[in-house]
Design a protein. Structure first.
Length: 258
């Protein structure tokens, strides 16, 4: 079967494109391909950032492939949810920044994969929603947990209970989208953001991501301890010394990720 998850590099930015016409719906094959692609990147890539996008302008990812739910059993449903959660958890925990570049529909699993990214850049005609209740189910790939953390409990319940689909402007207003751009420019803006990030110390970026992601689920005192430990480790790096030297010399730092 033709691969649906494509990987290419632009400078030191890895770009994963989900290509499954007409709306890039996720099925088990695509989830497996995404998992394998992430594993390969983790093992063998020197990429400094990762962008997730969907092929075409109709959809980022318009949800899961509904045909897989026609004869689903409780056991298969549980397995499917755990697989999706594991893969999206892996995406969230990726050491480098992960940016979702969204044009078109980001519904159901598409909204969930976007929420597992560090930042979401959306074209003004994009649409977002968790419409699973229309199928008699709930979001199963982390939507019930990540959406409240991004937009607040009340708004998350409203969106999940009603299954409403919202415009990109509303998603931006409530904090689901971080950067709103003209339609068709999400990927180019994501690449621009990636280029800005890559000018900074990569070990510091990775540590900052870890501190934020893990700290949100810890009591404040524990999260502050985590921050201090990561700060401590960075003080032993060559990049930290280079950053201080370049600042005092009024030069641009040359970070090596060491």
């Amino acid at each position: 079967m033709k691969p649906c998850v494509k990987l290419h590099f632009e400078s030191r930015t890895a770009v994963i494109t989900i290509e499954h016409p007409p709306v890039n719906a996720l099925n088990r094959q695509i989830m497996d391909e995404l998992d394998q692609t992430l594993e390969g990147l983790k093992r063998n890539s020197d990429a400094r950032a990762l962008i997730i996008t969907g092929a075409g302008d109709k959809a980022f990812v318009a949800g899961a492939d509904i045909t897989q739910f026609l004869d689903i059993t409780p056991e298969i449903g549980y397995e499917l949810a755990k697989i999706g959660q594991r893969i999206f958890d892996r995406l969230e925990a990726f050491e480098i920044p992960v940016i979702a570049a969204i044009d078109g529909f980001a519904l159901g699993a598409g909204c969930e994969i976007a929420m597992a990214c560090d930042m979401r850049i959306a074209g003004e005609k994009a649409k977002f929603g968790q419409p699973e209740v229309n199928l008699g189910i709930i979001p199963g790939y982390g939507g019930t947990q990540r959406l409240p953390r991004l937009v607040g409990t009340g708004k998350a319940k409203e969106l999940i209970f009603t299954g409403d689909v919202i415009e990109a402007s509303e998603a931006y207003r409530i904090g689901l989208v971080d950067i709103l751009v003209p339609s068709g420019e999400a990927l180019s803006q994501a690449l621009s953001l990636s280029a800005r990030i890559q000018k900074k110390a990569p070990l510091a970026i990775s540590a900052a991501k870890k501190a934020i992601t893990l700290g949100l689920d810890q009591p404040l005192a524990d999260a502050l301890d985590l921050e201090a430990e990561l700060f401590k480790k960075l003080c032993s790096t060559e990049d930290q010394k280079e950053g201080a030297r370049a600042f005092l010399a009024k030069e641009k730092p040359r970070f090596q990720g060491k």
